[in-house]
Design a protein around this ligand. Sequence first.
Ligand code: SDX
Length: 372
Amino acid sequence: MREETYSPGLAGVIAGETNIACVAQGNLLYRGYTIQDLADKVCFEEVTHLLLFEELPNAAQLSSIKKTLASYRPLPGALIAALRTIPTSVPMMDVLRSMVSYAGHFDPVDGNDEAANRQRALWLTAQIGAIIAARYRLLNDKEPLAPKEGLGHAAQILYQCHGEAPDALSEELIDLTLVLYAEHDFNASTFTGRVICSTLSDMVSGVTGAIGALKGPLHGGANEAAMEMLQRFSTAEEASIWITQALKNKEKVMGFGHRVYKNGDHRAVILEEKLRKLAEQKGEYTWMAIYDAIKKPMTEEKKIYPNVDYPCGLTYFLMDLPLDLYTPLFVASRVTGWTAHIIEQRRNNRIYRPLSIYTGPKERPVPALDER
Ligand code: SDX
């Protein structure tokens, strides 16, 4: 019998092995490549291939995965009809949770072996980008758009939202966030997907559950929550006054902290550099001053550093994207990591079933109804 250990939130507990990502203070690796190298040199489709097929693609494989994604993008008519029935007040993350599950009824992939599940992962990746854009169009009283030939995944999402191909900088920034968000070992949403599929349940169920987990503001929902926080302030001075009080009240500041990274999130450093350039180009000095007014006491006094969600929220905001789209874009990327883990879980599966410490009433007899 293994020694029983108790750790709230499984902090510090090793729950499995993975050869997909290494999340460490030293660096973040996707199958051995550093996140900085990947961010500098490859696009989201190349990362998708790396996560799902275990190697970066050559030119032929990259062309093939782009063609496969393109072939899986069109949404079933029934799904668009279902999208139209969802009240406009429903948050996009809730729409995604429902629509990914619903899309599962039209899953075009046969079989459940690794090859089939890799195809299913690509189909889910393509469909999720299209569902986000279709919902965005309907919310703006516009008809969903069919995909446009020849666009990369990041550009395609923006095109299907706005009806025009994005400028080079917008495409580059969205593609970068998709690369940075793609995979992060046993985070809460990925672990959720692995737990679901450790019962030999299906990939769509695993991804649906993972979407539910990612929505929370302690996890992927933090990119929206961090921007909602920044939007409270019109000056850096206001932000400074707020953060001083928030830290006194021991409030959780969205976009900061991490279970693993205690000296800073490698992805946040990469994205913040791009954010500063974007803000400079747009002359958005006040937003950066507010951003820094919150960041300064967190890093200098609390030694709690930004995670990827902090720069991401303001980046998407300066790209004029609505907050409701931020965590869905996280989903559009992380579905590749989730599905890679679901495939890996199957390889050497053992159903997850941790123990608990019972703190309820001691054993007692059931009283008759008239005695209760
Ligand atoms: C993501 O796991 C992943 O890899 C996730 C992710 C991924 O790619 O999948 O990286 C994506 O989810 C990033 C995190 C986004 N969430 C937020 O930004 C929400 C705010 N952050 C915190 O809720 C918190 O930092 C967590 C949830 C991210 C981590 O929680 P932990 O590891 O359980 O840390 P903790 O809550 O135990 O905090 C340790 C101490 C506490 O102080 P004490 O109670 O011990 O005095 O640090 C403090 C906390 O109060 N602290 C914070 C803080 N984060 C930690 N104080 C203020 N603001 C914060 N954000």
